[in-house]
Design a protein. Structure first.
Length: 89
């Protein structure tokens, strides 16, 4: 019984950590998506060579933000897969 309780407590702690990490990644998604949507809207309204050229710097920053977000999401997914794997053992 003690072993079961200890494993349950450990599982709850890991689950809580996993959920916290997923919420952190989720919070980072909105600003990146908003910036991306703003740029798409800008391009729709100002689709010309000069406007596109002026976005090069911002595009680089958006790429960095998206890359960082993808890395965080992959880490979160790996963490959740490790959590699930514990139940398969």
């Amino acid at each position: 019984r003690n072993t079961s309780k200890r494993r349950l407590d450990e599982t709850r702690k890991l689950y809580s950590s996993l959920i916290t990490r997923m919420h952190q990644v989720e919070k980072r998604m909105d600003p990146v998506l908003e910036a991306f949507e703003d740029q798409v809207l800008f391009l729709k309204h100002n689709l010309n060579a000069q406007a596109i050229g002026s976005l090069e710097d911002e595009l680089g920053q958006i790429r960095q933000d998206v890359d960082s977000l993808v890395r965080d999401m992959e880490a979160s997914i790996a963490e959740s897969e490790a959590f699930i794997q514990r139940f398969r053992e």
